[in-house]
Design a protein around this ligand. Structure first.
Ligand code: NAD
Length: 341
């Protein structure tokens, strides 16, 4: 049976890049698509960003492919009004996704777009694995007079399961990032990661690195990393730092996995309302998100690598959408990628 993918085109450039992505997927395999409303477009129709029916459809799928949600029409600071990103949060929570994966692999043809010197960035091919549902963002917080606090807590269970995602994703090495010289949660983190490594993944190399040192090494020698696994707050910051190594928002895919059911695959960029409907959106991050879905959702390494290689070849052939300093359209970029599949 063809894997069933719930597609969520969402808002802005979302529908344009989703339509292009299903053409690319159809070139490497057979899939059945179930398109659903999520985000602003669902607020318009249903009054809420994510309905129970759509969440149920996602839970029953083999994978969920999302383009982007949001736009000025739904920007509001009124807490009683529905907002598109509530759909994203509801989806992550409903699917129990606790691990966020962000690969950073600058395409050889775009090395010059990186803010780093070409000799520094060359050979970079890393994956940031960030814990998504624990730590300081989910701890107790409050105010007492002129003092505020945000508590950070991690359990052995939470660390074990994210450590496993890190080791399973590694080709050679896992760099576990913490602040064990200062934080107790980091000392527990280091203890648990060390044990999971010894008991379950002795063939993968493990190194521990302090978060401040990691921030420096990411810009001084990014090619020395394979998988970086870290807690929520450190991962939030380091994944954005790592993303900048490519120098281009329109090229970055991400995946959220771990709930035991379908994963969620989406580009890092937003719905780009400023260029929606002009045919100028860069579809490549969407294609690379589909490749991540093939790799991490369907275990189809061959098909994933084919899509990534086709994207590289299209760029080497000179394809550049406006965000990459060129004038090619979404359609031209899509046709160029398809020609290499
Ligand atoms: P954005 O990523 O949508 O756009 C930032 C800039 O990058 C814009 O100039 C845009 O034109 C450009 N850009 C982004 N993706 C591009 C692509 N694929 N091709 C060409 N150019 C591209 O971020 P923003 O402007 O801060 O947010 C716009 C809307 O998107 C907001 O409503 C925001 O809430 C939402 N948003 C959604 C997600 C998501 O769905 N995961 C993520 C971030 C922002």
């Amino acid at each position: 049976m063809a894997p069933r993918i719930v597609t969520l085109p969402g808002d802005g450039i979302g529908p344009e890049i989703m339509a292009a992505a299903t053409r690319v997927l159809d070139a490497v395999g057979e899939f059945s698509y179930d398109e659903q409303l999520m985000g602003g477009v669902s607020i318009e129709t249903n009054g809420t960003a994510l309905t129970d029916d759509v969440l149920a459809a996602c839970k029953g799928a083999d994978a969920v492919l999302l383009a982007a949600v949001g736009g000025p029409k739904w920007d509001t600071t009124d807490p009683s009004k529905p907002r598109p990103e509530q759909g994203l949060l509801g989806l992550r929570k409903g699917l129990g996704l606790f691990a966020n994966l962000r690969p950073v692999r600058p395409s050889p043809a775009l090395i010059d777009a990186s803010p780093l010197k070409p000799d520094r960035i060359a050979g970079t091919d890393l994956l940031v694995v960030r814990e998504l549902t624990g730590g300081i963002y989910f701890g107790e917080s409050g105010r007492d007079g002129d003092t505020a606090h945000d508590d950070c807590a991690y359990s052995v269970f939470e660390i074990e399961r994210i450590a496993r995602v890190g080791f399973q994703s590694a080709r050679t090495k896992v760099t576990s990032v913490d602040k064990a010289n200062v934080l107790e949660t980091s000392r527990l983190w280091r203890e648990v990661v060390t044990r999971v490594h010894a008991e379950e993944f002795p063939d993968v190399t493990l190194e521990h690195l302090l978060v401040d040192n990691t921030a420096m090494q990411l810009v001084s020698q990014p090619s020395s990393f394979d998988v970086i696994v870290t807690e929520n707050l450190f991962g939030d910051i380091l994944s954005d730092e790592a993303a900048m190594l490519t120098g281009s928002l329109g090229m970055l895919p991400s995946a959220s996995v771990g709930g035991g059911g379908p994963g969620l695959f989406e580009p890092v960029h937003g719905s780009a309302p400023d260029i929606a409907g002009t045919g100028r959106a860069n579809p490549l991050a969407m294609f690379l998100s589909a490749a991540l879905m093939l790799r991490h959702g369907f275990d189809s390494e061959e098909a994933a690598a084919a899509v990534e290689s086709a994207v590289d070849q299209a760029l080497e052939g000179g394809i550049r959408t406006a965000d990459l300093g060129g004038s090619h359209t979404t359609e031209e970029a899509t046709v160029a990628v398809l020609s290499h599949l």
